[in-house]
Design a protein around this ligand. Structure first.
Ligand code: UD2
Length: 314
């Protein structure tokens, strides 16, 4: 049995990781400051985890949280492109300064490995598709820059201190428990709850932008594989975590009409600043080095997510 520390355990990805680890009989510790995470995501597992309410910017709390830990799954962030455009200082604090604190604490506690929630936004609006890890990053939004900077810190701590780190570039992860309530929420969480409530969703732009939307179970599996992979294959490296398929927002809206019984039209609004047009991953490196294979495709993931939001309302 290993000890895992999950930062951002109250978030939708952090709490999903916690559930899977507990099912596997592992020991789970978690930190969250509930800036974007939710108490309700932890309610059913609170008795089984060592939870500490703390901010990543509190280095002493991070050092104490890392004591006796084997693996750190660093998920905590302010995960939003538009929010970072409005508040680049806040984004940098949470997404970069917070990461450096986690790394220093993990290094000093001699943690075996840190796995980091990096972002596909690092690629920027490159016309080449699919995006592979050898491409030169070209981040657009402050959020994307912060996520890339933290990724580079991961690599730096491996090179300078020998701390094993693995960065997983998530491509638009979605699924149950993703917060739909903020204007900065991920598009699928927003659209699904709006459409289940009979409210009209708004597409920013012409709806022809595309994403490699990735169901949460795939991201959870990638994290656990990243902990287990031999250091020679994984340490100091960056991997795309995605499905290798992209869908447009217009196509997604049509699929959701079938799944939610919302029959009205969608509204179109202005394009969002800092956005990129198309996102599609080459996942061959994760397949080769981590043994990753997407387990749940987009349509099945969408169905499961709609079912979860529907049943959690009643
Ligand atoms: C970025 C990253 C993603 C993750 C995420 C964290 C890319 C390609 N992806 O997601 O990997 O790090 O940030 O937040 O950079 N939209 C609407 N209507 C709405 C809300 C959104 O049309 O009500 C559009 C939005 O303008 C964008 C698309 O939906 O074109 C996806 O937006 P998002 O906020 O769900 O995720 P994105 O791509 O910024």
């Amino acid at each position: 049995m290993a000890v895992y520390l999950i930062t951002g355990i109250g978030g939708f990805i952090g709490s999903s990781l916690a559930r899977e680890l507990l099912q596997r009989g592992e020991q789970v510790r978690g930190v969250d400051n509930f800036s974007t995470g939710k108490q309700e995501n932890l309610a059913s597992i609170l008795g089984q985890i060592d939870f500490r309410e703390a901010d990543l910017l509190d280095l002493d709390a991070m050092k104490s949280a890392c004591g006796g830990v084997d693996y750190v799954l660093h998920q905590a962030a302010i995960p939003s492109v538009p929010k970072s455009v409005l508040d680049p200082i806040g984004s940098n604090r949470a997404n970069v300064d917070g990461t450096v604190n986690v790394l220093v604490a993990a290094r000093d506690a001699k943690v075996k490995r840190v796995v980091y929630a990096a972002s596909s936004s690092a690629y920027g609006d490159t016309p080449t598709l699919p995006k592979h890890e050898r491409m030169t990053p070209d981040p657009i939004s402050p959020y994307a820059v912060a996520k890339l900077a933290s990724e580079r810190y991961m690599i730096s701590f491996y090179r300078c201190y020998g701390l094993e780190t693995v960065s997983l570039r998530y491509f638009n992860i979605f699924g149950p428990r993703q917060d739909p309530s903020s204007p900065y929420s991920g598009v699928l969480a927003k659209f699904i709850t709006q459409m289940l409530n009979g409210e009209q969703p708004t597409i920013f732009g012409d709806g022809e932008q595309s994403r490699d939307f990735t169901y949460i179970d795939n991201a959870v599996a990638a994290n656990l594989l990243a902990c287990e992979a031999p250091a020679a294959q994984a340490a100091g490296k960056v991997f795309n975590v995605a499905t290798g398929r992209r869908v447009t927002l217009n196509e997604t809206f049509k699929l959701l009409q079938g799944l939610t019984s919302y029959s009205g039209p969608v509204a179109y609004g202005a394009e969002r600043g800092g956005d990129i047009k198309h996102s599609l991953a080459d996942i061959s490196s994760a397949e080769q080095h981590l043994g990753y294979k997407p387990k749940v495709n987009f349509e099945d993931g969408l169905r499961r997510t709609v079912d979860w939001y529907r049943s959690s309302r009643s």
